[in-house]
Design a protein around this ligand. Structure first.
Ligand SMILES: Nc1ncnc2c1ncn2[C@@H]1O[C@H](COP(=O)(O)OP(=O)(O)OP(=O)(O)O)[C@@H](O)[C@H]1O
Ligand SMILES: [Mg+2]
Length: 500
């Protein structure tokens, strides 16, 4: 079969930084290509070039064998290329029908009033996808997974021949991911090509026909899925074997840092009791709706519990506000990095010290800029953040590197109890390993207690001293260190799913 699209020798620089260096690959009709690589390796830059949003400095683009010149975003849409970014770019207050048709009508210079005529056709596209979305629904009122399907329907309505999905599964539950994969399967069967960008190597194995791995803007491998595997791909991404450091046993005399007794909050969780010891990493996992995030937010004072007690270093604390939580030595890295308050126009250095500004004031209460810079640069090294300098704005960083700035900000606050909710969503496997290496040293040296909430079984299994598996707002099962394994956690979660 002929290639639908081919990139040849694409190079793209931002100032002195070479984001893409001589990149070539191709995709046939009906084929799905997995695009992976570390944070900052150039994935999103490729996508922006395909969308016509960025122009390469050199190299060529061929679509159906024809060399394309004068390419821009309109030409991209006309040539059948649709990019679905993580923010989906929908208009939240408009209906599903309007979201799917508007851009196309505008592009065809048709008057908007003809939109009614499209309703039947658009509903047929949605029905074909096998989703229960109605054309009259307001886009912003639907769950993220449905909004993503609207973006796919919009691409189909534009007669797209290549659909690019940039990290599409980060905000989806297991069931929603299954539905998305079923739909990607249908797209492929109808001859549409797909580029699937993800840090989740197992998903690439499941849905793609081939994979291209980038490192520092260069293609280090392009392979068919049949001739590779998760470990192989991860080794290619990192450049060496990718394994978490071992979790050392806690000292037998480690004292409790946080004790939670019969904590309950109506409709969220009930009778939660556990002890977190100094130096311990306590993994928390559970299906959607298990109450994990609500529990974390309660411990951080955002939504205080109705009843129950929290002790920090043996002293009872009433944690009914974020200020009280912070005062008690609790820090929280939330699940949703964008709402978390990175000021992305500001330099990396200022964002790094945002939670701890007072520590950087000198006697005259002026901020000590040299100290701020030195601190930020230390974190850039520790977390191997890909940044030209700490003076650059956060907005110049790739998605995963922005997440590292959030992490640095809270690690710098030197808490007694650190709650991490999905801390490595969007972070590449090599950086994850580096982050956990750091966290394991930190808990050992400073005695910090860590509550690690994650969807990723592998991350929980390899980095926890103990694992709590939550279920319907309660603690369903606790695994002690000698009982923890990926298989054991899989088995328990699978059983829970079947009992639903
Ligand atoms: N507008 C920009 N100005 C300066 N540098 C940029 C800009 N956009 C991207 N870069 C740099 O180009 C490199 C590639 O970034 P890109 O966003 O393509 O990475 P990525 O592979 O998508 O990473 P992630 O997995 O974190 O999303 C990074 O070093 C990034 O900092
Ligand atoms: Mg990206």
């Amino acid at each position: 079969m002929e290639d639908f699209i081919r990139l040849e020798h694409i190079t793209k620089r931002f100032g002195g930084l070479t984001a893409l260096n001589d990149v070539s690959f191709s995709i046939k009709s009906g084929e799905a290509l997995g695009l992976c690589g570390a944070n900052g390796s150039g994935k999103s830059t490729i996508i922006k070039i395909l969308a016509g949003v960025l122009k390469p400095d050199s190299g060529s683009l061929f679509i159906e064998g024809e060399k394309i010149s004068g390419y821009d975003s309109l030409a991209g849409i006309r040539k059948g290329i649709s990019v679905i970014y993580q923010d989906l770019s929908l208009f939240p207050t408009l209906t599903v029908l309007e979201n799917i048709c508007l851009m196309r009508l505008i592009e065809q210079r048709k008057i908007i009033s003809v939109i009614e005529r499209e309703r039947g056709r658009v509903q047929a596209i949605l029905d074909d996808l096998g989703v229960s979305i109605k054309t009259g629904d307001i886009a912003g009122e639907l769950p993220i997974a449905s909004q993503q399907l609207i973006a796919i329907a919009r691409a189909l309505n534009n007669d797209s021949k290549l659909i690019v999905l940039d990290e599409p599964t980060t905000a989806l539950t297991g069931a929603e991911i299954s539905l998305l994969f079923k739909i990607i399967g249908k797209l492929k069967n109808s001859g549409i090509s797909v580029i699937f960008v993800s840090h989740k190597t197992d998903e690439i194995m499941e849905i793609c026909d081939k994979v291209t791995v980038l490192r520092d803007g260069m293609v280090v491998a392009s392979k068919s899925i049949a001739e590779t595997g998760v470990t192989d791909i991860e080794t290619l991404i990192v450049g060496q074997a990718a394994e978490y450091p071992p979790t050392e046993n806690l000292p037998a005399d480690a004292r409790p840092v946080m004790e939670v007794k019969k904590l309950s909050r109506k409709n969220n969780f009930k009778d939660i009791s556990f002890t977190l010891r100094h130096g311990e990493i306590l993994g928390v996992i559970g299906l959607l709706g298990s109450g994990r995030t609500e529990l974390a937010q309660s411990l951080f004072g955002m939504f205080p519990a109705d009843s129950g007690e929290i002790f920090i270093d043996g002293e009872m604390r009433v944690i009914n506000s974020v200020q009280k939580a912070v005062k008690s030595g609790i820090a929280y890295v939330p699940e949703d990095r964008l709402s978390e308050g990175l000021v992305i126009r500001y330099p990396i250095k200022d964002n790094t010290v945002l939670a701890t500004l007072d520590a950087f004031r000198n006697k005259l209460t002026f901020l000590d800029n040299a100290k701020i810079k030195e601190t930020a640069e230390r974190w850039i090294n520790t977390l191997s953040t890909k940044a030209a300098s700490s003076e650059h704005p956060v907005s110049s960083l790739s998605g995963g590197n922005q997440q590292k700035v959030v992490l640095a900000k809270w690690l710098e606050s030197n808490p007694k109890v650190l709650i991490l909710d999905g801390p490595t969503v969007g972070i590449d496997i090599g950086s994850k390993i580096g982050i956990f290496k750091f966290i394991k040293e930190m808990v050992k040296e400073k005695g910090v207690g860590v509550i690690l909430i994650s969807d990723e079984i592998k991350e929980i299994a390899h980095n926890s001293h103990r694992v709590i598996i939550m279920r319907n707002g309660r603690i369903g099962k606790v695994l002690e260190s000698n009982e923890i394994s990926e298989e054991a956690i899989h088995a328990i979660l699978n059983q829970q799913k079947q009992e639903l």
